[in-house]
Design a protein around this ligand. Sequence first.
Ligand SMILES: [Zn+2]
Length: 174
Amino acid sequence: MELDEIVVLNKERMTLTDAVQRNILRDLGERAPECGGVLGVDRNGTVSAWYFDITGKTSSNSYRPDVNTINRVLSEEWQRVGIYMAGIVHSHAAGKRVPSCGDIQYGIRILKALDTVDAFYLPILEISPSGPTLFCHVLSQNPGGKYLCRRIAYSVAMRTSRNDDLTTISNIHF
Ligand SMILES: [Zn+2]
């Protein structure tokens, strides 16, 4: 990958476009838990791309990405338009709003392998009878090199047609 410098992610608040939010809710919100997909950011660190990993492995209590297919999407579709993998969203059953230990360990392995971002988003979409709800988390390294996974806020933005400016269209969610 040819990048002068890595994309610095906002570790206090994830910003995603309304289109990505809609697609996550469409692809994961209507399915049983433990489905997932990949988040892509632009150079500004805004989550503006989504790939639903329909061929990923799911079971009653875990989701494992289809790494080969995702790598192909990254290299053949995202890299050439300046989009970089920056997270994985997957769905959990009601009441499980935080990534499991296995989720975090898997995320650390991906973050170590990526040389394009300085952190990794691990949002969980909780599937509950009242509807799906997104709970955002970020995986990053502290100055001592230790990996931390923290709950963060997110906000939804819409790209205006004339330029690349993003207009925030929602208040901050926690
Ligand atoms: Zn999980």
